[in-house]
Design a protein around this ligand. Structure first.
Ligand code: FAD
Length: 477
């Protein structure tokens, strides 16, 4: 039997829909949202933090920030906006840790959902033959690591930096040096709970609602909000020797490290290898590392190694963050460019880009590592080069000066030259963490996959409410 309270709620909802039958002016937004009963709460003031991200190049002020107290809060808000349909311009952006580069987790005059506030989905580790952890989409990977290590377990695939949320990296792919062996993070997920752009909550997996499952993985937040993810786990090693992971740091001539080796005119590649081991396997590990090193050519004096705990290794970028923050250098603008380059064109690309375009003006580390397509599922939304092996090349620039090559404009113009060269020389590069401004560019990015992307958008978020900061679809008006 419906209670009086339920009738009242239904009445209120009908009134709201009625009130919003004409276009909702944004200044009335707080009133309309304030009437919804929530486990969490809305903020309507001091919203500037939700208009910032790591890239520090884009800022869009939202109308409100939701701190969800439950998954039901997210369902209510999205459904509320969905019911307003095309009569409202209101959009909704899930914000993970805000480590996007170009406003992707922002919503101009819309609602930002602070996913880290979603504490109602408790982390639960299940050990056994195929161990896994259930965690909130707003959970940071560093917290997942700490919790799973209590059981001697850990996720298989990582990003280089762990202070990112599950929902944020799964919306992209989540890659680092281990992706060669284990695939990206999106290849290591068993199940998801999703709030779609219609405000429905749906559990999906490769077996159940599989189209939604694959759409959301690498889906740039376009098809739904990840509220829970089931992540595959493995036995965790205790130690890590810094020479299974391979990453290469490229040092064009002008860089500090390269000049240390008096390398005028040549590009130095600094190979970073990591070998996981347990203390009782130390002897074998030494031999294995030696065997690997004999197969490599390198400047003997440049070889060094460090032994660190598994946590120290995985969380290594955080120690740099602490140092950079202390110098005020973490909050600077970051005009990063991330490209996936097919193996057949990597030499050509490296010669031109590292040897010429960036010869004297690299303004941050350049990371490079191979990835194998075998470990990627082509039913997901990510597009990667059509070749068995491709390389992630990450130009991790910081704009440290207001003019010259290391300024925002200087770096953006170098990025543009790299992209223009790649197009002209038919490198067949794909952007990772893609950033485009027009639908035409997005279509070109997705190529034959565009139709599927668009079909999924119509199915799961027909009014284009979600993740407006990606600038792929514009809410119909
Ligand atoms: P946000 O920036 O908050 O969100 C990103 C996008 O996902 C937005 O469109 C947002 O709306 C959407 N979104 C967020 N949460 C959800 C959710 N729960 N459900 C649905 N959509 C959601 N990437 C790698 O792959 N490998 C790396 O090694 C790596 N290293 C990095 C190091 C640093 C220092 C930084 C700043 C970034 C790095 N990244 C790396 C990129 C990173 O994976 C992406 O920027 C990611 O989007 C950041 O996660 P976030 O939790 O901050 O997400």
């Amino acid at each position: 039997e419906p209670s009086v309270l339920q009738y009242l709620k239904l009445f209120l909802l009908l009134v709201l829909v009625g009130v919003t039958a004409t276009r909702v002016p944004h200044q009335d937004l707080p009133v309309s949202l304030g009437t919804l009963s929530l486990d969490g709460h809305f903020s309507f003031h001091d919203l500037s933090a939700a208009a910032r991200d790591f890239g520090n190049l884009s800022s869009f002020m939202p109308a409100a920030v939701l701190h969800p107290g439950s998954v039901d809060d997210i369902v209510k808000i999205v459904r509320h906006v969905f019911l307003m349909g095309e009569r409202s311009m209101l959009t909704v952006a899930a914000r993970g840790h805000g480590h996007s580069l170009r406003g992707q987790s922002q919503a101009a005059r819309g609602i930002v959902i602070k996913m880290e506030s979603l504490q109602s989905v408790r982390m639960q580790v299940h050990s056994g033959t195929s161990p896994y952890v259930d965690a909130s989409g707003g959970e940071l990977w560093i917290n997942v690591l700490h919790e799973t290590l209590k059981y001697g377990l850990a996720p298989k695939s990582w990003t280089d930096y762990l202070h990112l949320t599950i929902g944020g990296t799964l919306s992209n792919a989540g890659v680092s040096g281990q992706a060669f062996r284990h695939g990206p993070q999106i290849s290591n997920v068993n199940e998801l709970d999703i709030v779609t752009g219609r405000g429905d909550i749906i559990t999906c997996s490769p077996e159940q609602n599989s189209d939604l499952f694959h759409a959301v993985l690498g889906g740039l937040g376009q098809f739904g909000i990840i509220t829970r993810a089931r992540i595959a786990l493995d036995r965790a090693p205790k130690m890590d020797r810094h020479p299974e992971q391979l990453e290469i740091i490229v040092q064009p001539t002008g860089s500090l490290w390269a000049s240390h080796f008096e390398s005028d005119g040549i590009v130095l590649f600094c190979l970073e290898m990591a070998k996981n081991y347990n203390p009782e396997e130390a002897e074998n590990m030494e031999q294995e590392v030696k065997n690997i090193l004999t197969q490599l050519r390198y400047i003997p004096g440049s070889l060094f190694h460090t032994d660190v705990t598994y946590i120290e290794f995985l969380d290594r970028v955080h120690s740099s963050e602490v140092k950079l923050r202390a110098k005020g250098m973490w909050e600077v603008p970051h005009p990063w460019l991330n490209l996936l380059i097919p193996r057949s064109s990597i030499h050509k690309f490296a010669r031109e880009v590292f040897g010429k375009i960036l010869k004297d003006s690299s303004s941050g580390p350049i990371l490079l590592y191979p990835v194998t397509k075998l470990r990627w599922d082509n039913r997901t939304s990510v597009v990667v080069p059509d070749e068995e092996v491709f390389y992630l090349v990450a130009f991790l620039s910081s704009a440290l000066s207001s003019s010259g090559p290391h300024s925002i404009e200087g770096t953006l113009s170098l990025n543009k030259r790299i992209l223009e060269y790649s197009d002209k020389a038919s490198i067949r590069a794909k952007q990772y963490l893609p950033n485009y401004n027009s639908k035409q560019e997005w279509k070109a990015h997705y190529e034959a996959r565009w139709e599927t992307f668009q079909r999924r958008k119509n199915a799961y978020d027909p009014f284009a409410i979600l993740a407006p900061g990606q600038r792929i679809f514009q809410k119909a008006s």
